[in-house]
Design a protein around this ligand. Structure first.
Ligand SMILES: Nc1ncnc2c1ncn2[C@@H]1O[C@H](COP(=O)(O)OP(=O)(O)OP(=O)(O)O)[C@@H](O)[C@H]1O
Ligand SMILES: [Mg+2]
Length: 371
């Protein structure tokens, strides 16, 4: 195992030639997936810097969340109290566990789509046992619904919080998010939907927890994945380009976008995009207007993606200082901009990893609180 890791570090680049027959068979009904087999036989697949082998030794069956057998708890032990809102996959309620009097949050799935339910449970269970991950208490069902029960935390919508957070708050938030992600990645899991709504915050203690495993997946070298993950603004270039061999680094790009929202104090920090082409093309314009067209083209080429850039103006990369103004300058010191630039690299391989980002000088003033 050690040797294998060393091999990755030394050579970085591993060329995996596929026969693709099995890939084709499993994916032929999924129009979201790029049919690579038609373009040739081999793909240059660059392994992530860390945790490339996290799932080594697991069988296909181990990695198939659909195989999960769910052990249900006692539905009548829970009282649903206040409705707190609707998410993409279900409804959330504040509740109570009658036997322990513990306060809980109950997330009820809108429909009995067993594969989505199993996906969320499997990944949540895979990453259980860390301070920065919300623990799963129980799984319950009645005749027409399935619900997940979590410990309840005092939360404030992070999407609101990031608009008002201080410089110190920004650092605490970002540091914990990266620490949680480094742990999640070490378990061989890509979160897949990093955004403020999926990080719950206790504004008093300044402690955060990562939630929502509905779009998570295992990273296995050379295994293609559906690029329909994440939430638009937070999607990385490789996802927008529909590259199937992405890795943990899609989460870092999403954190980067969130970081930009936090320091520039803007919901849409790189606004000004003209309505050009399809939605995903508009998002590509948005990032190209900041980070340049040339780099995007290069990364598409490197990933062997056939994206037509003929309508794309040749945007020059801009200095991130352009987004600094009198209202946000207190959050935008050069360390912050340096880290942001590193998180939003087009090339996932050049993008800083959570493990390395935790060592960045931006966190020097707060790191001791977590050691
Ligand atoms: N442990 C918890 N304590 C307090 N509130 C929580 C907890 N877990 C979830 N919530 C609240 O419930 C909401 C929905 O949770 P979650 O993100 O898992 O569901 P979802 O249906 O996937 O939502 P969406 O798709 O909108 O992100 C969260 O945004 C959060 O406000
Ligand atoms: Mg969510």
């Amino acid at each position: 195992m050690k040797k294998f890791e060393q091999y990755i570090q030394i050579y970085g680049l591993v060329i995996i030639a596929f026969s693709y027959v099995s890939v084709l068979n499993t994916n032929k009904h999924d129009s979201n997936l790029i049919n690579i087999s038609e373009t040739g036989a081999s793909v240059v697949h660059i392994l992530p810097k860390y945790y490339a082998t996290a799932n080594q030794g697991k069988s296909e069956k181990d990695l198939d969340y659909k195989q999960l057998r769910i052990n249900f708890g006692n539905y009548s032990d829970y009282e649903f109290q206040t409705y707190i809102g609707k998410g993409a996959s279900g409804h959330a309620y504040l509740g109570i566990q009658k036997s322990t009097k513990n306060k809980v949050v109950i997330k009820t799935f809108k429909s009995l789509k067993w594969n989505s339910i199993k996906r969320e449970i499997v990944f949540m269970q895979t990453v259980q046992g860390h301070d920065l991950i919300s623990p799963l208490v129980d799984i319950i069902r009645n005749n027409n619904s399935v619900s997940l029960v979590y410990n309840r935390y005092i939360v404030f919508p992070t999407s609101q919080l990031i608009k008002t957070m201080t410089d110190n708050g920004n650092k605490l938030f970002l540091y914990q998010t990266l620490k949680a992600l480094d742990y999640v990645h070490s378990k061989g899991v890509i979160h897949g939907d990093i955004k403020p709504a999926n990080i719950i915050a206790n504004p008093k203690t300044k402690l955060f927890k990562l939630i929502d495993w509905g779009l998570s997946m295992y990273y296995v070298p050379g295994r293609p994945k559906n690029p329909s993950v994440g939430t638009k603004s937070y999607q990385s270039p490789e996802i927008l380009l529909r590259y199937q061999y992405y890795d943990y680094q899609i989460d870092v790009y999403a954190v980067g976008f969130m970081f930009a929202q936090m320091i520039f104090k803007e919901n849409n920090p790189f606004k000004g995009t003209k309505k050009l082409g399809k939605e995903k093309v508009q998002y590509m314009h948005r990032i190209a207007r900041v980070f340049g067209t040339e780099g995007l083209k290069e990364v598409a080429q490197k990933m062997n993606i056939n994206q037509d850039f003929s309508d794309f103006p040749n945007y020059e990369p801009v200095n991130l200082n352009k987004f600094v103004n009198a209202d946000n300058q207190q959050y935008c010191q050069s360390d912050a901009l340096d880290l942001l630039q590193k998180m939003m690299q087009y090339d996932a391989k050049k993008r800083i990893t959570p493990k390395d980002a935790l060592k960045h000088q931006y966190f020097d003033s707060i790191r001791h609180q977590f050691e």
